[in-house]
Ligand binder design. Structure first.
Ligand code: 9MJ
Length: 685
């Protein structure tokens, strides 16, 4: 066999395989753009070598193989398919051919308002399933899919379940009428359907088109009835009876009058300029539409002109589909790199062979997390489908298992952070993997410092996000102790700073040194150690030195601390870099009152009911409440005779008064600290 003949045979075999997957199995393997590419190559090959054209070549029929599951329907008038335009010049050529055939090539071709300009009806091109519906005396008699254009499938029972399709047309109707349109699934319904499928552990639909096709070709129409399908009508087939509309625009208006939905975006435009203007305007709004479109259809508006233009094989000469750049493409997944976010989360990013998708070159795509990589079963070396919808970040849809090379490798989560080499932890039941580096990790530095300075931590006034960003970016600070070595002159020289605000920040830093152990522990930003856990740790160990020296087993004795938190706390204090940071903070003058340890405090406050009121200086009421509950106390919102203690902070009001009235013990923050150590103090106020 000659080289072109062998290539043509290979292309035909591939196209036949993809046709089967698409039309018969409803399970396409490759994006439409890939199929189109194969078909284009075959057409070009056959054009160059006409002797290779054979009757069974997929170029010789439109598309579609009737499935054997439904009765065959021969369309009264064949259902046409559309020629595609990909470039503006294809549309210019189309318009020139139309004008030539209609004998409208005016001499004043380049002038503004051209008398000879053709009027087109421009419509969004829906990506759904074409259907033909036959009404007899205005009553829905039969519905069929397009199939190969000549013969489709009888889907009457399924179409009858669609509420958007009238079973009887209203007003004066031709005795016999076939209307054509596109059945599709709007995005919202598609997403809901896939959420339900995911919840039921069923296979997900690849895209809305596929979901719509699957819904319409159900053998059980009760299933179709539950699927969120919609329709727009845009053409007529057989028409026996009263007069036909003169233009496409009037045809759409007539459909509406009968109760048949048409696309409200359809517009009449003039000439090629009008067509391209409509195309660009619609492309810009594509992402705000509720349904998927893959281009625009331009139709010569006057139906007498359509008649005059006729058709070649199954494609009309009076219409063309101007496609948007494909939003899916195939490429190879080369490597996966892990980016560390400001909270320490590791995000896998796919590095791809560059490929054009949606009109832009794409070489990276986010993979979100390891669970997603496992769910999609991606391997290095896989051929993958990339999707890019509008401005959305490109994503890897799936891998083609059929094309996996033998050498494809698994994608592994790194054990150590690519930024700071601290261990990476993956928490059970959580999709995210995190770097445990905290302050040590440059990627997390700003976030860790922001947390350190935040109101509930060390409450350093004036040390906000912008200032921290500047300080870190200029290399002036990396970890919290560096803050306490800052000088007035270097601070004052920063953007949006002056002598006065610099002095205020230094004063706030100075004030922050006098703190409490719970606030200090919380400020360190140990993973999963919130205010309540910090309070519980402080109360249990009493002193920082005791906590630093504690084993995992000893940390586990703290009320409400489980194995995950205990491991995080232990790892934090074991890391030399963290120990150095703490030592430097203490050397800078950090101090707090330390108490006696209250080991084995679990359940120490069983039977005690506490009401918290007013503003507490050492921690928030929520944190104190959580820490008290961890010790077995009940925390209540209202004071009664059964209340054991009312803890009153600054500006305590009616609850404090009520406690005094009832003779309930009232505690200040020192008393709260005693409670948190598991003691039961006497009334102090
Ligand atoms: C789609 N798919 O939206 C036609 N189409 O007209 C529109 N398809 C069409 N028109 C004649 N809007 C043949 C196909």
């Amino acid at each position: 066999m000659s080289k072109p003949a062998a290539r043509a045979a290979a292309l035909r075999a591939q196209l036949a395989y993809h046709d089967h997957r698409y039309y018969v199995l409803d399970d396409p393997e490759v994006p439409d753009a890939e199929y189109d590419r194969l078909m284009r190559e075959l057409r070009e090959l056959e054009a160059a070598h006409p002797e290779l054209v054979s009757g069974d070549s997929p170029t010789q029929r439109v598309s579609g193989t009737p499935s054997t599951s439904f009765a065959a329907v021969v369309h009264g008038v064949p259902m046409l398919s559309l020629e595609n335009a990909f470039e503006d010049t294809d549309v210019v050529d189309f318009d020139r051919r139309v004008r030539q055939r209609l004998g409208r090539e005016g001499a004043n071709e380049d002038e503004g308002a051209n008398e000879d300009e053709v009027e087109y009806c421009a419509e969004p091109k829906l990506d759904g399933l074409a259907v033909s519906i036959r009404y007899e005396q205005g009553v829905l008699a039969r519905a069929a899919t397009r199939g190969d254009g000549t013969t489709g499938e009888d889907v009457t029972a399924n179409v009858r379940t669609m509420r958007c399709i009238p079973l009887r047309l209203s007003g004066a109707v031709p005795a016999e009428l076939e209307v054509r349109g596109e059945v599709f699934m709007p995005f919202a319904g598609f997403r809901r359907l896939n959420e339900e499928a995911a919840a039921a552990g069923e296979k997900l639909f690849v895209n809305p088109r596929n979901a719509a096709a699957g819904a319409l070709r159900q053998l059980d129409s009760a299933v179709t009835a539950r699927r969120p399908l919609a329709v727009f009508f845009y053409a007529a087939g057989t028409w026996r009876g009263s007069g036909e509309p003169a233009t496409q625009q009037q045809l759409l208006a007539q459909f509406n009058a009968w109760g048949l939905r048409t696309n409200p975006q359809a517009r009449v435009v003039r000439g090629v300029g009008g067509c391209l203007g409509y195309y660009r305007a619609l492309a810009a709004r594509r992402d705000s539409l509720a349904y998927q479109i893959d281009g625009v259809v331009y139709k010569v508006n006057r139906r007498a002109d359509q008649e005059a233009l006729g058709q070649v094989s199954r494609a009309p000469r009076w219409a063309i589909a101007h496609k948007f750049p494909a939003d899916e493409a195939l490429t190879i997944l080369r490597t996966v790199e892990f980016q560390v976010g400001r909270t320490g989360v590791l995000t896998p990013v796919a590095r791809l062979d560059p490929v054009m998708v949606g009109g832009a070159s794409v070489s990276n795509a986010t993979l979100h997390n390891m669970d997603e990589i496992e769910r999609k079963d991606l391997r290095l070396g896989d051929t993958v489908i990339i999707r890019r919808a509008g401005d959305v970040i490109p994503e890897v849809v799936r891998a083609l298992a059929e094309r996996r090379p033998a050498a494809a490798r698994r994608i592994e989560l790194p054990e150590y952070c690519p930024v700071c080499a601290s261990p990476v932890a993956r928490v059970d039941g959580e999709a995210a993997a995190r770097c445990t580096g905290g302050f040590i990790c440059a990627a997390q530095r700003k976030e860790a410092l922001r947390h350190f300075a935040s109101r509930r931590a060390l409450d350093i006034e004036g040390l906000g996000e912008k200032l921290i960003d500047q300080l870190v970016e200029r290399g002036m600070i990396a970890t919290p102790p560096d803050l306490y070595a800052l000088q007035l002159t270097e601070l004052a020289a920063l953007e949006r700073m002056g002598e006065k605000s610099a002095a205020n920040v230094l004063a706030a830093l100075e004030r922050s040194k006098r703190t409490t152990l719970p606030r200090f522990l919380y400020a360190l930003g140990i993973r999963d150690v919130g205010e309540a856990t910090a309070a519980a740790l402080a109360a249990h160990f009493g002193a920082l030195a005791a906590l630093r020296a504690a084993s995992i087993e000893q940390i586990l004795e703290v009320p409400d601390v489980g194995p995950v938190i205990a491991a995080h706390v232990h790892a934090f204090f074991a890391a030399p870099a963290n120990r150095a940071i703490i030592d430097r903070l203490i050397a800078a003058g950090f101090n707090w009152p330390e108490g006696a340890p209250t080991a084995r405090a679990k359940g120490a406050l069983e039977g005690v009911t506490v009401v918290l009121t007013g503003t507490l200086a050492t921690m928030t009421r929520e944190a104190a409440g959580a820490a008290l509950q961890a010790l077995g106390a009940k925390v209540s919102g209202s004071v009664s005779k059964r209340t054991s203690y009312v803890v009153a902070g600054e500006e305590a009001g009616s609850k404090l008064a009520r406690a005094r009235e009832l003779g309930v013990s009232v505690l200040d923050e020192a008393g709260l600290a005693q409670l948190l150590r598991g003691e039961r103090p006497a009334s102090q106020a």
